[in-house]
Design a protein around this ligand. Structure first.
Ligand code: ZN
Length: 184
C-alpha cells in the first residue's frame, strides 16, 4: 500500500510539473508562428512542389518500378525565435547550410544559426499511378526519430499550403506529436 501511495504521489508531482491539461494530455509550450514565417513557408512549399506531376509521361510499368526523376525536392529551414514563459515564438527562419535536397529526404545543418528553436521541411506531393497527388500529411517516423535525437524544441513539416504538422517537447523533454501551432 505504501508503495502504491508513493507511486501516486510521484505521478501527481509529475503531472503538476508537466502541466497536464484537463484531458490528461501533456502540453508543450504554446508554439506561435508569425504570419510572415507562415507566408514564406507557403512560398517555399510552392517552389519545392512545383514539378510534382511531371512524371505523367512515364508509363505505368516505369512508375511501378519506382522510376524517379529529380522533380520536386524537399527543403530544410532553420526556425529562429525565443521561449517567452509558456510560449515559444517563431518569428524568422533561414535556409539550412549544406542542404542536400532529394525527392524523399533532405539534410542540412542549422548548427550555427542564432536563436535556433527548431527546423521545418517540406513534403512535396507524390504522384500516384494515375498521376494524382499523394500528400504526406504528417512528420514521418524518421522525421520524429531525427527530432528525438536533436536538442531542438520544435520541428515542423509543411505538406500543403497553410498545412503544417508539428512535434514539440513538453517541459519534461518528452516529445508531443502532433503539437498545436497558432499563427499570429
Ligand atoms: Zn519528412
Amino acid at each position: 500500500m505504501a508503495v502504491v501511495r508513493a507511486l501516486l504521489a510521484a505521478s501527481l508531482l509529475l503531472s503538476w510539473r508537466a502541466g497536464l491539461s484537463d484531458a490528461g494530455i501533456v502540453e508543450p509550450p504554446a508554439i506561435i508562428l508569425s504570419r510572415a514565417v507562415r507566408d514564406s513557408m507557403n512560398a517555399v512549399f510552392a517552389r519545392s512542389n512545383e514539378h510534382w506531376d511531371e512524371l505523367a509521361d512515364l508509363n505505368t510499368m516505369e512508375r511501378m518500378l519506382g522510376t524517379v526523376r529529380p522533380t520536386q525536392r524537399e527543403y530544410l529551414g532553420c526556425l529562429q525565435g525565443r521561449a517567452d514563459g509558456e510560449t515559444l515564438r517563431i518569428d524568422h527562419w533561414v535556409p539550412a547550410s549544406d542542404m542536400k535536397q532529394l525527392q524523399l529526404a533532405v539534410a542540412g545543418s542549422c548548427d550555427t544559426v542564432p536563436d535556433l528553436v527548431g527546423t521545418f521541411h517540406t513534403h512535396p506531393y507524390h504522384a500516384d499511378l494515375r498521376n494524382l497527388p499523394v500528400k504526406e500529411r504528417r512528420l514521418s517516423p524518421q522525421d520524429l526519430k531525427t527530432f528525438a535525437a536533436s536538442r531542438l524544441a520544435v520541428t515542423v513539416v509543411v505538406w500543403d499550403r497553410d498545412s503544417l504538422d508539428a512535434a514539440a517537447r513538453d517541459r519534461d523533454g518528452r516529445i508531443v506529436h502532433p503539437a498545436r501551432i497558432v499563427v499570429e
